[in-house]
Structure formats: C-alpha cells, structure tokens
Ligand binder design. Structure first.
Ligand code: HEM
Length: 484
C-alpha cells in the first residue's frame, strides 16, 4: 500500500516539475516578445519568443531558406531567435564584420563552436591570437604565392581530366569528382603531399569523415541553447569509442604536420612551407599549426567543390550561358567563366548562413539600428544575394551582371556591396584568390575538353540541397562528351 502511495507521489512530483517547466517556458516566451531589449524588432513572433523553431529549422537543413523567407516578409532586419538579428543589406556587412573605430571587431558567436580547442583555433580565436596566426599563414596566400601554386593545381586538373575522360559518354556524378579533386589539391597545397584520391576516384577517409561530421553541427547549436542537451552531448563524447572517432579525425592532420615538418621539400610551395619559414618564437605552437591546417583543409576543400559544382550546374541549365563559357577557354584569361563563378557564388553562396558575431558591451549600431549587448548578429548571405532590393532579377543566373557591360544591361543599379561570398574584414576568407584560381582553371579546362550535358534527374539539384554549416550536395549527374 505504502509503495503504491509512494510511486503516486513520485509521479505527482514529476508532473508538477513538468508543469513548472512548461510555465517557465511560456513566461520566458511572453517576456521575449514584450519586455526583452529586442522586442521592438520585426520578425516572426514565434521565433522571437522561443529558440526551438530556429533550431528545428537548422536541424532539418531549412535554416537558410527559412531566414530568407522571413527577410522577404519583414525586410532587411529580422529577429530570427530570442537573441539573434539577421540582416540582408549591403551596409550591414561593414557594420558587423568591419573594424569599429579602426580597432574593435565583433567577437565570433560562442554558441556556434564545439568544445574542442582544435576546432576553435583561427576560426574562433580571440583577436590577439587570430592576428598572430593569420599574419603567419597569410604568406601562403599572397598573389605571388597563389601564382606559384598554379603549376601544382594544373597537375591535379590534368589528373581529373584523365579520370573524367575514362567515363566519357556515361552518366557520372561530377559533384563527387569535384569533392575528390578539391581535397586532393588542398591537401597537397597544405601539407606538400596530396590525399591522392583521384586515381581511385574514392573519397579519402578524412574527406568522407568530414562530410559526415558536418551533419552533426546542428546538434552542437542545440546543445548551446539547452544545458540538458549539452550535458548529454558531453556524456556521449566521453564514451571511449565516440572519443576515439573524434580523435582519429584530428590525428590524421597531426600525422601529416609531423611528417611535413621533418621533410625538406625545397621546390614545394605548400602552406606548411610558408608557416615553417615565417614561424618565430611569437608565432604558432604545434597545436595551433595542427588546428589551423585542419581548418584550411576543410574550409578550402568543401567550399571550392561547392563553387565548382554550382557554377557548372547553372551554366548547364542555360544553353546560352554554357555556349559563352565554352568560347572563353583562352589560357589565363577567362572573363566569362570568371563572371559565371562570381554569379554562382551570388546565387548559391557556399557559406550561405549568417556567419554569426556577438555584440559586446555597449552594443553596436548596425544598418542604422542600435543592437543591444550580447546579441547574435549576422548577414544572411543567401537572403542578401536573393533580395530584390539588392539585385535586379535576383533569382536569375546572369553572369553578365559582373561583366563591364553591366552598366548598360539592366544590372547597373545592383548593390554590389551586398555581395560578399568571402565575407569582409580581418576574418574574411584568406583563401579567396586561391579558390578563384582553382575554380576558373578547372572549369576552363573541363569546358575546353568536353561538351557537358545536365541529366534530367539533376535538374532541381540546387533546390534539393539542405544547409547546416555548408550545403549538403546531392549527386550532380552529367554526361561528358570529348570534343572532336
Ligand atoms: C569558393 C570558395 C570559398 C568560399 C566561398 C569561402 C568563404 C569563406 C567565408 C565566408 C569565410 C568567413 C567565415 C567566418 O567569418 O566565419 C571564410 C573563412 C576562411 N576561409 Fe574560405 N572560402 C572559400 C575557399 C577557401 C579556400 C580555398 C581556403 C584555403 C585553402 C579557405 C580558407 C579559409 C580560412 C582559413 C578562413 C578563416 C579565416 C580567418 O578566420 O581569418 N577558404 N571563407
């Protein structure tokens, strides 16, 4: 009898606890839309009240498009979560990512990073560490360094063309080949030794692992919002087999750094060479070198492959743009292909999300609005690119918008400042020139050697993609025919 009474009491206490939890969530939601410092900002009320709708949309991979729709409804400034404001105008870029008073930059949003220090280095580091590390690695990204890297890139392009030639006339997933290719190139440029996956056509284990791991990033964002999920995640990470899997990912780059440091490769112009030549006592320690090279490899390989696949996709969808790009295969000067790459980076930016920063003490003026302290802020790249206030015919793939004649072809009023696929400011993309060099040379060679045809089952390729930290790209089926 006593036992039944006790279990009833336990059930009642659990029920009371649950009721208390629901009440606190509702009260918090009401506060968020009424008295919270961001209460006056436009945006969907449900998102302003609770973090869950935004996180749910992130977990489903719809976050980028959902925020874009919110911008369409509410304008350039939208509250997308209780503590987050999204922007889509040209002027917001410099207010968020530029230096204020010539000195202060907004901090990266701490809610966006996992706990592992290896993942924080460079991307999430404080200003002082960031400046120190960036100063050293920037030697590997100057225009003369990129020029020297052309020969190495061309070697990999040749291997890619040979492999594609073997599959001529058959339906292939070119997106897969671009993944294999870019990670071969960037690993070679980073460590002086390529993954060498092109000969087999199989993704290197590191690349496959990385592309899989990207999918779990939304869980990290959820864990940053709810301490119970954070606790569960930490417990899961402590499971020896899960920890081993995580460690193995970073071990792969550690081993490569170790090997490269002990190797003299006088004729190589890889990034490790520039790091080793310019490292001094105030420079980078071993852990920072390992973390930074991991970031370089992942950021470089994934985004450049997205750029290649999407440029080819949009060119193939329109026979006129494809014909113009095919005319444009003079060595070292590809004006139309260059414009097509720029346009693909506008219509399908590889880093499409909000690139969040946090306002510090005193808040910040952004796009004419006062944003209170500790607010997550960011330009939604996809919304900025697709906004009719920024670009004429925003949904149309029109490479000519970037050609000199744009001043007379209807694109003269485009707000170019809204287009920042590589971001701006002290933490913008260090690999911009390298990425554009790889993409233009690869596409020029491909279009010179082959006629390309998009297959029916890939016609909605762009719309089928979901986004977490990058686009999850499905197969892009094409048939290549060697030119006579
Ligand atoms: C089309 C290709 C690429 C695009 C669109 C792109 C875009 C971006 C963007 C938007 C950022 C800023 C991220 C932030 O603030 O959180 C970034 C940062 C970065 N990117 Fe790229 N990227 C590309 C290719 C590359 C390549 C090829 C490399 C190097 C091999 C690279 C290395 C980096 C690094 C190291 C950072 C961090 C810079 C810092 O924090 O100082 N990226 N990239």
């Amino acid at each position: 009898m006593m036992e039944i009474l006790q279990s009833c009491l336990t059930l009642r206490s659990l029920g009371s606890l649950f009721a208390l939890f629901i009440i606190s969530v509702v009260v918090r939601g009401i506060y968020n839309v009424t008295l919270h410092p961001l209460a006056g900002f436009p945006g969907p009320r449900f998102r302003a009240a609770f973090a869950l709708p935004g996180l749910w949309s992130t977990c489903k991979g719809n976050y980028v498009r959902d925020v874009w729709y919110a911008h369409k409804t509410y304008g350039d400034v939208v509250r997308i979560a209780p503590d987050a404001i999204s922007f889509s105008s040209g002027s917001a870029w410099k207010d968020i990512y530029g230096l204020q008073g010539g000195k202060h930059q907004l901090a990266k949003d701490y809610k966006r990073f996992p706990d592992r220090p290896e993942a924080i280095i460079l991307f999430g580091s404080n200003d002082e560490d960031h400046e120190r590390i960036r100063r050293i690695i920037s030697h590997g990204f100057t225009s003369s360094a990129v020029k020297q890297q052309e020969a190495l890139v061309d070697g990999h392009i040749k291997k890619l063309m040979e492999q594609l030639g073997k599959h001529a006339g058959k339906k292939i997933d070119i997106n897969h080949w671009f993944n294999v290719f870019t990670f071969d190139v960037i690993s070679h440029l980073t460590f002086g030794e390529s993954f060498n996956s092109l000969p087999t056509g199989q993704l290197h284990a590191f690349t496959a692992d990385f592309l899989e791991k990207m999918k779990i990033f939304p869980i990290i964002y959820v864990s940053r919002e709810y301490s119970i999920v954070n606790l569960l995640l930490k417990l899961m990470m402590a499971i020896p087999s899960v920890k081993k899997q995580q460690d193995e990912f970073f071990e792969a780059t550690k081993a490569r750094v170790e090997k490269r440091i002990n190797q003299a490769l006088p004729n190589q112009h890889d990034l490790m060479k520039y790091i080793m030549e310019n490292n001094d006592e105030k420079g980078m320690n071993r852990q920072e070198i390992e973390g930074t090279t991991t970031v370089l490899l992942n950021a470089g390989g994934q985004e450049t492959a997205t750029c290649l696949s999407s440029t080819l996709f949009y060119l193939m969808r329109n026979s006129e743009t494809l014909a113009q790009a095919q005319q444009d295969t003079k060595i070292d000067d590809f004006p139309y292909i260059g414009a097509a790459i720029k346009e693909a980076l506008r219509i399908h930016p590889p880093v499409s999300g909000n690139i969040q920063r946090r306002t510090g003490q005193g808040g910040r003026m952004i796009d004419g609005w006062y944003i209170p302290p500790n607010t997550s802020v960011g330009v939604n790249q996809f919304a900025a690119s697709h906004s009719a206030s920024n670009f004429a015919l925003p949904e149309t793939f029109a490479p000519e918008r970037w050609l000199p004649a744009a001043s007379s072809n209807g694109f003269e009023a485009d707000i170019k400042a809204a287009y920042q696929p590589f971001s701006i400011g002290p933490r913008n993309c260090i690999g911009k020139a390298l990425a554009l060099m790889i993409a233009s040379r690869t596409l020029a060679e491909l279009l010179q050697q082959f006629d390309v045809a998009l297959q029916d089952d890939s016609k909605g390729w762009d719309e089928r993609q979901t986004f977490n930290v990058g686009w999850d790209r499905p197969p892009l089926y094409v048939v290549l025919t060697p030119k006579a």
